[in-house]
Ligand binder design. Structure first.
Ligand SMILES: [Zn+2]
Length: 303
């Protein structure tokens, strides 16, 4: 019961009564999950797991999860068109020795494409097996490290990318501040992340269908929640408050195929959801981004 979360578990565990991103105390519980609840900040719309587990346990779980989920880089290959599209988008800022860092680079597939395109590439990855894979398969420079502990020089990179990684950082605010530190003034941050607003919406539809005994009408479990779940509003706010400008947020195209092996027909559902989201975006002149994933381009404001 949600009430029990609000009344006992949620209020007793108070290491993060305030929102991590905007410091608001205006937090509401949404539903129980794991050993706590999924909660939402009413001010910046951040949706997150509460209470958060210890960092040690968290890092172990993330490492294990990503060893299991994509050992053959199927997820990375399914994003090939997205990677190519992004590299085409930033071709105008590429010059000799321009440096690109990919945080949570996995086995290095994206970095291998960026390297082919002429970028000087660097990777950070928690999972030592994936680090070895990236070094062995593509000859990449990948550090095995948690992003919070990483230590590059200030103003070092022209571009920093996070492909579905911000939602997995133990402290995304610290991550954003690190990105700002490592990026040159005017450098580009690109990130792709699941859209919390979409996943909460589909979760609520599922709940209604469940009550009506019609849940089989949903094509598959389409609402997915990570430790942190961002929406357009959340990202716009946290980036503009922390020294980024020219922030452009839009619906992200779906990946190809069904890399997670969810269910036949999942690709059709993803395309359908994306097209509906594009229509919503068009009708609201870009104010609403309703796709399952969103992507952000932002520029490090010059000091
Ligand atoms: Zn907040």
């Amino acid at each position: 019961m949600l009430n029990s979360v609000k009344d006992s578990n949620y209020q007793e565990h108070s290491p993060r009564k305030k929102c991590l991103l905007c410091d608001s105390s205006n937090i509401t519980a949404l539903f129980n999950r794991w050993e706590g609840a999924v909660v939402k900040c009413r001010d910046c719309a951040l949706i997150y797991q509460f209470p958060q587990v210890s960092k040690e346990r968290y890092l172990n779980e993330v490492q294990k999860h990503y060893s299991d989920v994509d050992p053959s880089s199927r997820v990375a290959y399914s994003r090939k068109k997205l990677y190519k599209r992004f590299l085409h988008q930033i071709v105008h800022i590429k010059r000799k020795n321009a440096r690109l860092l990919d945080v949570g680079c996995g086995g290095g597939y994206f970095l291998s494409l960026a390297k082919e395109d002429g970028w000087e590439v660097y990777g950070l990855e928690l999972n030592p097996n994936l680090v070895k894979k990236g070094i062995y398969d593509y000859g990449l420079d990948i550090q095995c490290s948690d992003f919070e502990e990483s230590n590059f020089s200030q103003d070092y990179f022209d571009v920093i990318t996070l492909w579905n990684v911000l939602c997995e950082l133990y402290n995304p605010l610290k991550g954003i501040l690190k990105i700002k530190k490592f990026l040159k003034p005017g450098g580009i941050l690109y990130l792709r992340t699941p859209n919390g607003a979409f996943h909460l919406f589909t979760y609520r539809i599922q709940q209604v269908l469940r009550k009506l005994h019609l849940v089989h009408l949903m094509p598959y479990q389409s609402s997915i929640f990570h430790i942190f779940n961002f929406s357009n509003r959340t990202l716009e706010r946290v980036l503009s408050h922390n020294g980024f400008q020219n922030i452009k947020i839009k619906n992200s195209r779906p990946t190809s195929g069904d890399p997670y092996g969810v269910k036949k027909g999942v690709r059709s559902f993803k395309v359908f959801a994306y097209l509906v989201a594009q229509l919503v975006s068009f009708l609201t002149r870009g104010r609403l981004t309703a796709a399952p994933s969103i992507e952000v381009l932002a520029e490090n404001a010059k000091n």
